[in-house]
Design a protein around this ligand. Structure first.
Ligand code: DGJ
Length: 727
């Protein structure tokens, strides 16, 4: 619910459990007054204190009033160069070269429903949303800034977006435009970020805010394996079930900056948005720029509740699921089994071994097109390689379908190999400065997706493939970071737009594909999880979580990913052992238990598995299908932290009506004389009694408070699952 007190210019956003408030003061400065557990309302600006802080200047209208400074007051959207020396939200440069942004309130508007952003991903939905638009201006520069707030009360979600309009007559260079600025006066906070590298994505890192700025960012053109555009500010003592925390996610898949500042007054500012690195957008007179959407959830009761609210909102109001709530297929992908070395017979063989085990979708990965026997050639030539697949997809797909399986295909639309027909015809379509040697990444170059004609050509070729057979799944891969970012299509003074125009191009093409093929399930992938962000999830309901399929590493990767992103979004496959990346051998049971806490699949040649393993797989697939809704749509509880290297790692899915739960565990490395362990469950109905794995009935409160004794194990990495159903 949004409450507008227009007379006092106090704007309050209530969600089920939280309240957010801002107020335009006597100088029309928009102050942030409160964000936290839900309160009844009123004007919370009494919380703001005023005092003369020597080095903090005072706006002109304040005259000689020295206790009023933009530098010390909590700002709703911070300004630049006019007295607030903390992180600026916006920076622009008119013709005169000044870089000042002094925003003042001019009006507001309440709308029923959710605003949309043209060309950008955004949460969507009907009348359960309300929108507040706050209009700000820098009168001298004649720049308007519109602040958008979407409120989804039931999920405690507040979205934000910013639109900047040049109302002057001359062009203005927009150099910075954050999507979210959050000034929190109260509290000693920790900053949590999710960091890593290729094949070890989204490891949780937590550290107390210290004076100054701490930040994570991407300058790679993707949201990156290395840092994620989702961060948490939380109380020092916050944990899964306790403490105040603010989660903030940027719906953006390109360069981002997430920065937290601990100020001179021990206040806290969080800023999230497009990275100002190599960003400069020219706004001609009358033109507008829209910054990507950001989404916030505040949880007064720890990370678990915050994550579950993000999960629900993302599942119900961000992802466009082509299967509309129907079960997504359990898939088999040939990549780890064959890499580039396959032909049609080999693929059909793999599919033949998978179909009787209950697998439903066969995904043909990289290597089916152009001349693509290694990763040094072929990208850009999206025609079937008939040496490998005689008769093309028209011949192959019916064979797969005859096995009772659907067919899916891999593409990497944004890329081009120098050794390709496309590159020979259009060398200027790759990003790069003419005459300057460019860097390769995985031996390939990046297509200039800021250019419409490049996208049109690629899409035209891919469409022919998609139209040639019955294809129900596409894996959209992307395997390098961007370098040599320069476009022939733009003049020298507009090259600062290329990074952002590139990602807008990616979104435009994904949107076209999504609309033209509404029945196709698109899985995002960027060398594994290099673009696992909420922006991508708008177009691709699931994303390949990581190239690392080792079940032990995966628990950490999926744990970190789960802080913002739902289980139904996490591509997770069981693969062969020894694992190609770690050399580790764990049982098929363990691999399955970990992978089924995601969008489940296998990535191996099942002809090379033993009969015993096949039996295990068959049971796993049947179990997963039986409990699909519980796992994919249920509430997720992290029961342990896999980074603690404890005796076991455990997690739990609980159905929304709390009548069912599934607890999954993998033990750690075994030690002699190990202590007895009791696992306390979460999220159950304390007043119901649950049947546990058919081993007896126990009240929910007992299982949550007293717990469930775990059996002793005599080997490393043993899996366990307990299914609970209410009597
Ligand atoms: C990277 C992906 O993450 C893998 O799953 C696979 O599709 C390869 N690319 C293919 O080149």
């Amino acid at each position: 619910m949004i409450v507008l007190d227009k007379e006092n210019k106090v704007f309050t956003l209530h969600t089920q459990n939280t309240t957010y408030q801002m107020k335009a003061d006597a100088y029309r400065v928009l102050l942030h007054t409160y964000y936290g557990p839900r309160v009844s309302g009123g004007d919370l600006s009494y919380l703001i204190q005023y005092a003369d802080r020597g080095a903090s200047p005072n706006p002109n209208e304040a005259g000689h009033r020295r206790d009023y400074s933009l530098d010390t007051l909590p700002q709703e959207y911070s300004t630049c160069g006019v007295g607030d020396f903390r992180l600026p939200s916006i920076e622009f440069e008119p013709e005169d070269g000044s870089r000042l942004a002094d925003l003042r309130y001019v009006g507001c508007e309440l709308r029923k429903g959710k605003y949309a952003l043209e060309g950008l991903p955004a949460f969507w939905g009907g009348q359960e949303w309300e929108t507040l638009v706050v209009y700000m201006e820098d009168a001298s520069a004649r720049m308007s800034v519109e602040l958008y707030y979407g409120v989804l009360e039931k999920h405690d979600l507040i979205t934000r977006a910013v639109r900047v309009v040049n109302r002057g007559t001359e062009p203005v260079q927009l150099r910075r435009c954050a999507s979210l600025c959050l000034d929190v006066q109260r509290g000693d906070f920790d900053l949590i970020t999710f960091d890593g590298c290729h094949a070890l994505e989204r490891n949780l890192n937590r550290s107390p805010l210290r004076p100054g700025v701490q930040s994570v960012e991407s300058v790679r053109g993707t949201s990156s394996h290395h840092h994620n555009p989702f961060v948490i500010l939380c109380d020092h003592n916050a944990n899964e079930d306790y403490g105040l925390c603010y989660g903030a996610a940027l719906l953006y898949s390109g360069n981002f900056l997430a920065a937290a500042e601990r100020t001179q007054l021990e206040h806290n500012r969080l800023l999230l948005g497009i990275n100002p690195y190599h960003f400069c957008w020219t706004l001609a007179s009358g033109e507008a720029f829209t910054a990507p959407e950001a989404a916030m959830v505040c949880s007064p009761s720890g990370f678990g509740q915050m994550s579950r609210q993000f999960h629900r909102a993302i599942r119900e109001n961000l992802i466009h699921d082509p299967l509309q709530g129907k079960r997504r297929p359990v898939l088999i992908n040939n990549w780890e089994a064959t890499e580039f070395t396959f032909n049609a017979d080999k693929l059909v063989d793999i599919a033949k071994s998978a179909a009787p085990l209950g697998l439903e979708l066969f995904v043909m990965d990289d290597g089916w097109f152009g001349v693509r026997d290694t990763d040094t050639s072929g990208l850009g030539d999206w025609t079937v390689n008939e040496e490998k697949l005689p008769g093309g997809l028209e011949a192959l797909v019916p064979k797969i379908k005859a096995l009772g399986m659907a067919f899916g295909i891999w593409v990497e639309p944004e890329m081009i190999s120098e050794d390709s027909q496309l590159y020979r015809a259009h060398p200027d379509w790759a990003l790069g400065v003419p005459g300057r040697p460019y860097a390769r990444g995985r031996s390939q170059l990046t297509l200039d997706f800021s250019r419409g004609e490049v996208r049109d050509h690629i899409y035209g070729a891919i469409r022919k493939v998609l139209d040639s057979a019955d294809i129900s799944y596409v894996k959209w891969d992307m395997n390098r970071s961007l370098t040599d970012v320069w476009s022939t299509a733009l003049p020298a003074n507009r090259q600062g737009e290329v990074f952002h125009r590139y990602i807008l191009g990616v979104y435009e093409l994904l949107d076209r594909m999504r609309r033209d093929y509404p029945h196709i399930l698109i899985e995002g992938c960027t060398g594994g999880g290099g673009r696992f962000d909420a922006g991508m999830l708008y177009y691709t309901p699931q994303i390949w979580c990581s190239d690392n399929t080792d079940a032990i590493d995966r628990q950490r990767i999926q744990y970190g990913t789960s802080f913002c992103y739902p289980i139904s979004a996490m591509g997770a496959h069981a693969s062969a052992v020894p694992n190609g990346m770690t050399g580790r051998r764990v049982s098929m049971e363990t691999r399955g238990v970990v992978a089924m806490s995601g969008t489940f699949g296998y990535e191996m040649d099942l002809n090379e598995t033993t009969q015993e393993e096949k039996e295990v797989i068959k049971k796993q697939v049947a179990f997963f299908k039986e409990h699909y809704d519980l796992i994919q749509q249920g509430d997720y509880y992290r029961l342990t932290d896999p980074f603690q290297n404890g005796p076991y790692n455990a997690w739990e899915h609980v159905s929304p009506d709390r009548r069912e739960a599934l607890v999954s565990l993998v033990s750690g490395t075994v030690h002699a004389s190990a202590p007895f362990c009791t696992l306390r469950l979460k999220g159950l109905d304390p007043e119901r009694t649950y049947q546990v794995n058919g081993q007896g009935a126990f009240p929910g409160d007992v299982l949550m408070e007293a717990g469930w004794p775990l059996p002793m194990v005599l080997d490393d990495y043993q899996p366990m699952q307990f299914y609970l159903s209410a009597l």
